[in-house]
Design a protein around this ligand. Structure first.
Ligand code: A2R
Length: 324
């Protein structure tokens, strides 16, 4: 238990015990999602709360919450993606927003490669085949292959580069699309996503969510990817026009997809679930004990560092870094 004069913070939703227990030792914690009357709790604590710990993507942290907490200084968010936090608005108000980058990069990149292999070699389907006793009647049909594939990465950031390094080890050519060419990167750059999709047969999306990436992988991009095309998405579901993807899969405009993220999580369209030729994961990119503990620690460390007057450890680019 924190002392009664410890800084007061709000948790917007549940966090893993590893992080929540540390927060409760250091801060007076108000658990917003548990309040019977959320607005009444916010009114009661408005003059005292200086921090927010934001877990996961479902509880929005936006102008309404900032208005309700006029003494707020910092929002420490769990995960590298922070599209559930209105960071631009926070920046306008001089508030700090932090996320948990880097500590999950390798884990998500590993998952991306696993999902790519699972999709190309149909690993979940093959597993089901064996369990259903079908091997006794004959071999599983031959699958497509990673051999001869070329990959376009949408969003060559920290995770995208870690995916690209792994693909190099697999002997696959890599290209990338982003808003700008990266001077220190030898992979082929495409300013146009549709041009890249036309030149490769495998797209891996590791781009963040938000307005600038909304539905950039659309019907035209999928058509350009073509009938041998495979889409892997480990970034954000909103980057892909899910309805267009479903149609492209149904019409065989592309071959298959491996998806760890969806537009309206945890709801996954029945049309996708009904398809046997896609691989669907429940947003588990960073979901190992090791990596989730590192992320939780960084969420805690950002708040501790801030309230010790040492500044935020990993502020997002939209927010000003300011000393207390
Ligand atoms: O556009 P650039 O050159 O700033 O490259 C960034 C790219 N990106 C975009 N690409 C295309 N269109 C856009 N509108 C756009 N906005 C950003 O995404 C950059 O290469 C990449 C993001 O890289 P990082 O900021 O290093 O993020 P990290 O750690 O790789 O994580 C990526 C995403 C997270 O935001 C979560 O949504 C997910 O993976 O876990």
């Amino acid at each position: 238990m924190a002392s009664s004069n410890a800084p007061e913070i709000v948790m917007t939703g549940p966090l893993m015990a590893y992080a929540a227990d540390q927060l409760k030792e250091r801060f007076v914690v108000h658990e917003l999602w548990k309040a019977a009357d959320r607005d009444a709790l916010l009114r009661e604590i408005a003059d005292r709360v200086r921090g927010v710990a934001a877990g996961g993507g479902h509880n929005r942290v936006d102008a309404a919450l900032f208005d309700a907490l006029p003494k707020l200084e910092i929002v420490s968010s769990f995960g590298v993606g922070y599209d559930h936090v209105d960071a631009a608005e926070a920046g306008r108000r001089g508030l700090i927003v932090t996320n948990t980058p880097d500590v999950l990069t390798d884990e998500v990149a590993d998952l991306a490669i696993g999902l790519l292999l699972a999709t190309v070699r149909q690993l979940p389907q093959v597993d089901r085949y064996l369990r259903e006793g079908k091997w006794l009647k004959g071999a599983y049909p031959l699958t497509t292959s990673l051999r001869k594939r070329s990959v376009g990465i949408v969003g060559l950031g920290r995770i995208g580069k870690a995916v690209a390094h792994r693909l190099e080890a697999f002997g696959l050519p890599v290209a990338y699309h982003g808003r700008s060419r990266q001077a220190d990167v030898a992979y082929r750059y495409y300013p146009s996503l549709i041009d890249m999709a036309a030149d490769v047969d495998t797209l891996i999306s590791v781009a963040p969510g938000g307005a600038s990436t909304h539905h950039i992988i659309n019907a035209e991009v999928l058509k350009a990817l073509g009938p041998n095309g495979i889409l892997v998405n480990v970034g954000r579901g909103t980057v892909v026009d899910e309805a267009a993807l479903i149609k492209a899969l149904q019409d065989k405009t592309i071959l298959s997809a491996g998806l760890d993220v969806f537009e309206d999580e945890p709801r996954v369209p029945a049309d996708l679930i009904a398809m046997d030729h896609v691989v669907l994961l429940p947003h588990v990119g960073s979901a190992s004990v090791h990596t989730r503990e590192q992320m939780g620690q960084l969420l805690v460390d950002n708040l501790v560092s801030w309230f010790e007057g040492k500044g935020p450890k990993t502020p997002v680019p939209e927010t000003p870094v300011r000393d207390r």
